[in-house]
Design a protein around this ligand. Structure first.
Ligand SMILES: NC(=O)C1=CN([C@@H]2O[C@H](COP(=O)(O)OP(=O)(O)OC[C@H]3O[C@@H](n4cnc5c(N)ncnc54)[C@H](OP(=O)(O)O)[C@@H]3O)[C@@H](O)[C@H]2O)[C@@H](O)CC1
Ligand SMILES: [K+]
Length: 507
């Protein structure tokens, strides 16, 4: 698990390292520049370029990002490359560190230009703006970034692609499209969210010597998971029985909609749940028994009227985890089922799909939920449209600041929120995870039902709500990545993701 920071948090890490610990700013800058120069050299070595023939342009602003860039040009020259600086903005307004770098570079006769023909360079290093970007980019800066993007050069961004908002990943008017981004110390939130992560492309996190204490001093609240976090998988004892791995009840599936609860149930089993029972309409019995004989069934007939309460209560008492929503529909009986769950469930509950829509539509269900929820019991799994229905906010507003929106909503409603998007946000209102696994093949029917089943399977094995949400989403993405053949994301279907689980669930 690794932290992600906002630009203010990163500035505080910088400040703490320099002022409290006493590491000179110039030392950090030198190490930062060295890590970028090494990345450029590695690229040249991979391409088998001979040094003097390659012209490298380092485009620098007047902030410290530009200072890093000037040092990169100087180091590359020392290594035998032909690297020159294109300096943008007024030198008199440059930071002290950048002025210092410019004077060193001049003494070593590094070429410093104020305009150039961008097509002359095989490699461009982008050191225009880093975390100090504070507004939309206009004028000459904008023209230069557009020209960089029009070249065929290989582009390496210093710290973050110039123009990407470090907190939200949005493009501030225009942004550099990098082939590689070398970022310092910690990834910034904006470079893992879309569109920022597309602009950053491949990312190297360079250790430039920020002490652990400096990072801890800002108490990061946003994280991402990595393959080593597979250790979050719940323990499975050698001496075990199915009773130890929980009982998942999935309430879902209406007439002609048995697929959703089938996928959830199968995914819960494949994640390790002990027993899975599907509560659904009688018309789904044959198909579910044929497709997934491992699942237990509790069926009802709609014509039984709305008097399902006793049946539901019996099943609620049996379950250690409840899922409500996959393929449920939003008819009157579905409303009754959700009402009973909200009123009587005492174990973790995942509110998914149509159950979210029902909550969004019915003020009395919302109020019932709020009156019953004491925290630590509910996971909501909306995609952006469902989130918008639920909260009444526009998708644009939600997307504008996905992480803080998700955190605030989770905090306000005292839930664990799994806000599904290309970068899913998982939050309990205190911390948030941004999921970085998965691929665009997952935008396919049933993918969300599989995720719900995985999260339920983890809850059944006693993961906390936040662990089940964050790790479940991560595992879901890894499983989907496993099933992509030679980059073909078109053909991925939801049941492939379940297949991928079998391969990814390894310690
Ligand atoms: N010692 C350290 O701290 C270390 C820092 N490091 C490096 O420093 C970077 C942060 O440096 P930074 O804080 O100086 O900000 P930076 O990103 O260079 O830009 C600020 C300049 O841009 C300007 N500006 C902003 N927006 C603009 C716009 N839209 N259009 C036009 N101008 C705009 C802004 O002008 P102003 O807003 O003041 O008018 C100001 O002049 C960080 O990313 C890392 O690379 C590393 O070396 C490690 C050690
Ligand atoms: K940059």
């Amino acid at each position: 698990m690794k932290p992600l920071v906002t630009k203010n948090e990163m500035k505080r890490v910088d400040g703490y390292s320099i002022e409290t610990i006493g590491i000179p700013s110039a030392v950090l800058m030198e190490k930062a520049a060295m890590s970028v120069a090494e990345a450029v050299r590695d690229y040249c070595l991979r391409k088998e370029y001979s040094y003097p023939q390659q012209k490298i342009l380092v485009v620098c602003g007047t902030g410290n990002n530009g200072g890093d860039g000037v040092a990169v040009a100087r180091i590359l020259n020392e290594w035998g490359f032909l690297a020159s600086v294109l300096l943008l903005g007024e030198e008199t307004k440059a930071t002290e560190e950048t002025k210092h770098q410019l004077s060193i570079a001049r003494r070593l006769e590094v070429e410093i230009q104020h305009e150039t023909d961008f097509n002359e360079y095989t490699i461009i290093v982008d050191a225009i703006f880093g975390i100090g970007l504070s507004r939309e980019i206009t004028g000459n800066y904008r023209e230069v970034i557009e020209k960089i993007n029009q070249t065929k050069s290989w582009v390496c961004s210093v710290d973050i692609p110039s123009g990407i908002h470090a907190d939200t990943g949005t493009v501030m008017g225009v942004a550099v499209k990098a082939d590689l981004t070398v970022t310092f110390g910690i990834k910034k939130i904006g470079m893992v969210l879309y569109p920022g992560c597309d602009y950053a492309n491949r990312v190297i996190v360079a250790d430039i010597g920020f002490p652990k204490k400096a990072v801890e001093s800002v108490c990061p609240k946003v994280f991402y998971l990595e393959p080593e976090d597979k250790k979050m998988l719940p323990e499975r004892k050698k001496d075990s029985n199915k009773g130890m791995y929980g009982r998942v009840l999935i309430i879902g599936g209406s007439k002609d909609m048995s697929g959703a609860c089938y996928l959830s149930a199968k995914a819960a089993y494949r994640t390790g749940a002990g027993l899975v029972k599907i509560m659904t309409e009688e018309t789904n019995r044959i198909i579910l028994q044929t497709q997934l004989p491992e699942a237990l069934l509790a069926t009802y007939k709609i014509e039984d009227g709305l008097d399902l309460k006793e049946t539901v209560l019996k099943e609620l008492n049996w379950a250690t985890v409840i899922v409500i929503g996959p393929g449920l529909g939003t008819k009157k009986h579905a409303e009754e089922l959700l009402k009973t769950v909200l009123e009587y469930a005492l174990v973790p509950v995942i509110i998914d799909a149509d159950a979210i829509n029902l909550l969004a539509q019915n003020q009395y269900l919302k109020e019932l939920f709020q009156s019953k929820n004491r925290g630590e019991q509910f996971i909501f799994t909306p995609h952006l449209k469902e989130m918008s229905r639920l909260s009444g906010d526009s998708i644009d507003k939600i997307k504008a600041n996905l992480v803080s929106y998700g955190m605030e909503y989770a905090k306000k409603e005292k839930i664990c929120l799994v806000l599904k998007d290309a970068r899913t946000i998982i939050s309990d209102g205190v911390v948030a995870y941004i999921n970085c696994s998965g691929n665009n093949g997952m935008s396919t029917g049933g993918s969300g039902d599989v995720l719900t089943g995985i999260i339920a399977g983890l809850l059944a094995q006693k993961a906390t709500l936040l662990e089940a949400g964050a790790f479940g989403v991560y595992l879901h993405g890894l499983a989907a990545d496993r099933e992509i053949l030679e980059g073909n994301t078109y053909s991925l279907i939801a049941s492939d993701i379940i297949k991928g689980l079998k391969k990814e669930i390894t310690k």
